[in-house]
Every structure is written in C-alpha cells, then in structure tokens.
Design a binder for this molecule. Structure first.
Ligand code: DX5
Ligand code: ZN
Length: 220
C-alpha cells in the first residue's frame, strides 16, 4: 500500500476526560495529523470543543493539528482557532455563502486552508477555490457523530476531487472523513484519498491498541 498515506485520528472518539493523554498517545502511536472535530449544535446536531481546548492540547503533540470546523457562522472564530495553534483549518462550503472569503482569511493568518463538502454537496462548488486550498475534505458520512456507516457514493466524489487536484498541479491533501475502517480503507485510497480520518478505527480497544490500529489502516 502507498507509503504516502497519512492517518488523522479523530479525537472525537478519544476519552474526553483525558484528552491531553490521548493526544500524546496517538502521537506516540504514529498519527500523522491530530484531527479535531469542532461542532456547534447549529451547523451539525452535536456540540464538541472550542479554541481553548485546542490551545490546551497543543503542547501534548508536535504533529499537525488538523482542525475541522463544523460551525456556522465560521468567520468570527477562525482567528481564535489560528491563535490556538491549529496548522490546518478546514471549513465547510455549506457553512457560509462566502467560503472564498473565509479561505482567504485562513491564509492571511498564515495557516493551511481546507474546504469540506457534506455528502449531499457536489464537488463542482469548490472548483473556483482550488487555488486557495491546501486540503479538500470529502465527508463520507453526514457530519455530527463518530461511528457512522461509510456512504459508498463518496468514492466517486473522491475521484472527482483527485482530478481537480491533478489539474491544479500543487500539493493538496485529499482527506476523507467518516466510516473509515479496515473494510473501507482500500476503496478510498484507490479512489485517490491520501489523508484518512479515523475515529472509531483508531480508538477501539484503548491505548494499548492505538499503534496496531493505525498500522492496520496503513496496510503495512
Ligand atoms: C464526523 C467527524 C468525524 C468522525 C469520524 O462528523 O467529522 O471526524 O469523528 O468518526 P469515525 O471514524 O468513527 O467515522
Ligand atoms: Zn472530522
């Protein structure tokens, strides 16, 4: 299997009473990115964590903090997440009609910018922002909760984004999020994804299993 695959454990599935320890544990276990799911109870039907928690977690890992904002409005909070130590800030195209402006704001703060699409949103809505993005995130479940079933129609969208990235000719991450496990992982890699978010698949079995779980997803 390709060695350029990155694994981004979603701390949504971690023990929230011990988040610092959990972030350190997945770092030691081989995580490439630390995927932080930020939810507001408005854009998605769940509430998770804010910038102060990102800031508190920052010293617990030297890995890339990959912060997935499932919030609307998003612009008023981007600066706080940047200051908290995020490396990549991903917003949803559905969260604001002005996502071009939001991406510009992320870039102006010196951070990598990501754009995410829900399962019901077609890929063509991001064609005109490809020059601004460092990461495209295809949601393969409806966002809000971990442990959901992978939506097979996501594979076609991943292929479409891969073609857009080739056309752009720059290094842009193609991330997939939701329902990634040992059954689905090969199909998303074959479709062109190179950063795999994995919540349940990383954290199942507790800290003793994290390294084994991450290694299994890499397939080597
Ligand atoms: C869903 C989140 C995901 C989620 C993935 O809204 O964006 O990152 O935690 O969880 P699993 O890997 O369990 O599907
Ligand atoms: Zn996520």
């Amino acid at each position: 299997m390709a060695s350029n695959i990155k694994i981004a454990p979603s701390i949504l599935s971690a023990d929230f009473a011990n988040l610092g320890t959990e972030v350190a544990a997945i770092t030691a276990a081989g995580a490439d990115y630390i995927h932080v799911d930020v939810m507001d109870g408005h854009f998605v039907p769940n509430i998770t964590i804010g910038p102060d928690v990102v800031k508190a977690l920052r010293p617990h890992s030297d890995k890339v903090f990959d912060v997935h904002l499932m919030i609307s409005p998003v612009d008023p909070y981007i600066e706080a997440f940047a200051a908290a130590g995020s490396d990549i800030i991903t917003i949803h195209a559905e969260a604001t009609p002005h996502f071009h402006r939001s991406l510009q704001l992320i870039k102006s703060l010196g951070k990598k910018a990501g754009i995410s699409l829900n399962p019901g949103t077609p890929v063509n809505v991001i064609e005109n922002v490809m020059d601004l993005v460092d990461l495209v995130l295809i949601m393969s479940v409806n966002p809000g909760f971990g442990g959901q079933k992978f939506i097979p129609g996501s594979l076609e969208k991943i292929s479409q984004v891969r073609a857009l990235i080739e056309k752009e000719g720059r290094d842009i991450d193609l991330q997939v999020d939701g329902g990634i496990n040992l059954e689905t992982v090969q199909s998303v890699i074959d479709a062109g994804a190179d950063v795999l978010v994995a919540g349940t698949a990383t954290f199942t079995g507790g800290p003793d299993k994290y390294a084994e779980n991450i290694k299994a997803l890499r397939g080597k």
